[in-house]
Design a protein around this ligand. Structure first.
Ligand code: GZL
Length: 323
């Protein structure tokens, strides 16, 4: 009888240990909840950026609350407040513009919810309100474009007139791609920025923007059209192809992103330079998210880099872009 009781006691002890271990391992495997506030779906680039983030978050076993603000900062702020109310473990924010985030990010800080910035930047005076940034070093993209133009026009002495089709007003890539170009050309007096208009990073608005420029500028007096992204460049090329001006030949077209559509136009000689801006930030983003949640120290900026694809490149070596 004693042997039987002892056996029962051992079985009970082993069972309770197993239950405790499974509880503790389940606690260890707590699934973190991440609120992801995305700008919208303004370009093919943005759609790939969203896919990249969601794919990487799923692979890393995070529960993602994804909200798409359809180009509205007001909607993004509402989304952030709903994440705070839901007590998410961390927020990923792609800020549509640089300013206007102070109050809502202070509310996230008051709720002890860390914020990681994806792709675009917020203004420096509010940089204490987020943990870290993952995205492109955008001013370099403007300088890379300037370097291409100085190479292409190295033997030209006459004035070189540039029309700029900017991205969304106050968006960090629009500000920095403009500033980078100006910085890159500042010591070369041949280059003149004769018009700069917004196309909101959208194909349709890029087409509309260049059409509006023709109301005040004769495109036959324009040498370069600098588009802040490929979708707007696509719109510009489609407009020019309805005129007697040959894009890529009569007028130089420069763009940024590296979408398949732009590479195809580059290969067809209708675009002259495409600066790569890789949207596939998901893997890097969730490495950083995990480090933040584990309390590890991380750099304030985690920059992605990009190549220059131009008429001087070996275009046969460009891999399928995937966006
Ligand atoms: C750049 C990114 C820009 C892309 C556009 O980092 O924010 O937004 O260049 C996209 O295509 O709309």
């Amino acid at each position: 009888m004693k042997r039987f009781s002892f056996l029962v006691l051992v079985i009970l002890l082993l069972t309770s240990c197993a239950a405790r271990n499974s509880r503790s391992s389940n606690e260890e495997k707590k699934q973190y909840v991440i609120g992801f506030s995305q700008i919208g779906a303004e370009s093919s680039w943005r759609e790939r950026n969203t896919e990249s983030v969601l794919e990487a978050g799923k692979k890393a076993n995070y529960k993602i609350l994804y909200e798409n603000a359809n180009q509205s900062q007001t909607e993004q702020i509402k989304d952030l407040r709903s994440f705070i109310a839901s007590r998410v473990d961390l927020i990923i924010l792609t800020p549509i513009v640089e300013t206007g985030w102070k109050h809502v990010l202070e509310e996230a800080a008051d709720a002890n919810i860390p914020v990681v910035i994806n792709d675009r930047l917020i203004s420096k005076e509010d940089s204490h309100l987020y943990k870290t940034f993952v995205g492109p070093d955008v001013p370099i993209q403007g300088i890379q474009t300037a370097d291409f133009l100085k190479k292409k026009y190295k033997d030209v002495q006459e004035p070189i007139n540039i029309v700029e089709i900017q991205g969304s007003k106050d968006a960090s890539p629009a500000i920095s791609r403009h500033d980078g170009l100006v910085e890159g050309l500042k010591d070369d007096p041949r280059f003149h920025l004769v018009a700069s208009v917004h196309g909101d990073f959208m194909l349709s608005k890029g087409r509309e923007a260049i059409k509006n420029v023709t109301k005040s500028h004769d495109l036959k007096q324009v040498d370069v059209i600098y588009c802040h992204n490929d979708d707007m460049a696509d719109g510009v090329v489609s407009y020019l192809e309805e005129t007697d001006i040959k894009p890529g030949k009569d007028i130089t077209i420069c763009s940024v992103d590296g979408q398949q559509s732009a590479i195809d136009l580059l290969k067809a000689g209708k675009i002259n330079c495409v600066i790569e801006c890789d949207p596939n930030m998901g893997e890097k983003l969730f490495e950083v998210v995990t480090a933040v949640l584990e309390g590890k120290s991380i750099p304030k900026e985690n920059y992605t880099t990009g190549r220059v694809f131009s008429e001087y490149s070996d275009l046969t070596k460009i891999d399928k872009r995937g966006y």
